[in-house]
Design a protein around this ligand. Structure first.
Ligand SMILES: Nc1ncnc2c1ncn2[C@@H]1O[C@H](COP(=O)(O)OP(=O)(O)O)[C@@H](O)[C@H]1O
Ligand SMILES: [Mg+2]
Length: 235
């Protein structure tokens, strides 16, 4: 059974349809990437899974149960966490305060969770009293992911992992995602514009174009595919 099953999902904003009958699944302990051109609906899918955006047609199941009628906070309690595109931090608050904002699900466990986050991101521990607005881009991305981890998710969704970050920082972040999978058993759904990175980190990937899934498969197969190499890897 898939941990997450998105089946024939259609949705959009107001009158404008953005996603057309999208099928995406994530199994336990799997890292799955989504890539595709700007505006192809990747963020829209993650927002719909998180419950921020309603769906029009299709269904979403998590651990075999429909979550379509659950508000966002109930989905968080079930184990779905989203580190949003653009990081959406409270820039005037400290690192630790931002992390605590992600812990409303279980306040008692907050301290334990914070130490867990610091163990994956030691840079955040050093900066715990600094304002989020004073962090580097890479540290802000760590904080965004760290905040998502505060709710102890089974599925971590990260929207645009590498955007605007230096390669060394991206490498660190990718290693942490792999560790979260192997040590914590967390499944990861990653939206990533850097296709090479996406396919290096992920077990499987989906290619989005104009709101549709146009290709999918194991990463090593996609890496070999001529259409992918020409369109996304410039080989
Ligand atoms: N809040 C919104 N209101 C109206 N249209 C939106 C909104 N957010 C995104 N869109 C539109 O939906 C389409 C898909 O956007 P998005 O999911 O952000 O794509 P991606 O993340 O793949 O770049 C785009 O055409 C975008 O303009
Ligand atoms: Mg996006």
């Amino acid at each position: 059974m898939a941990l997450l099953e998105v089946n024939k999902l259609s949705t959009g904003y107001g009158e404008i349809q953005v996603l057309y009958s999208v099928n995406v699944s994530v199994r336990e302990k799997e890292i799955v990437a989504i890539f595709g051109s700007n505006g192809s609906g990747k963020s829209t899918l993650l927002k719909t899974i998180a419950g921020i955006l309603p769906l029009w047609e299709g269904y979403i199941k998590f651990e075999g149960e429909s979550i379509d009628n659950l508000p966002p906070q109930e989905r968080v309690k079930k184990g779905i966490a989203l580190a949003m595109e653009g990081r959406r931090l409270f820039l005037g608050m400290t690192v630790e305060e931002n992390l605590l904002m992600g812990a409303w699900v279980s306040k008692d466990l907050a301290r334990e969770r914070i130490e867990k986050v610091y163990s994956y991101f030691p840079a955040l521990k050093e900066k715990r009293k600094s304002l989020a607005g004073d962090l580097s881009g890479g540290q802000q991305q760590m904080l965004s992911i760290g905040r998502a981890l505060m709710s102890n998710p089974k599925l971590l969704m990260v929207d645009e992992l590498s955007l605007g970050l230096a390669p060394a920082v991206v490498e660190t972040l990718a290693e942490v995602l792999e560790e979260l999978r192997s040590k914590e058993g967390i499944s990861i759904l990653l939206v990533e514009q850097e296709v090479r990175l996406a396919l290096e980190v992920a077990d499987r990937a989906y290619v989005f174009d104009l709101g549709r899934v146009v290709d999918e498969g194991p990463s090593e197969e996609l890496l070999k595919r001529d259409s992918i190499r020409k369109a996304y890897l410039s080989i």
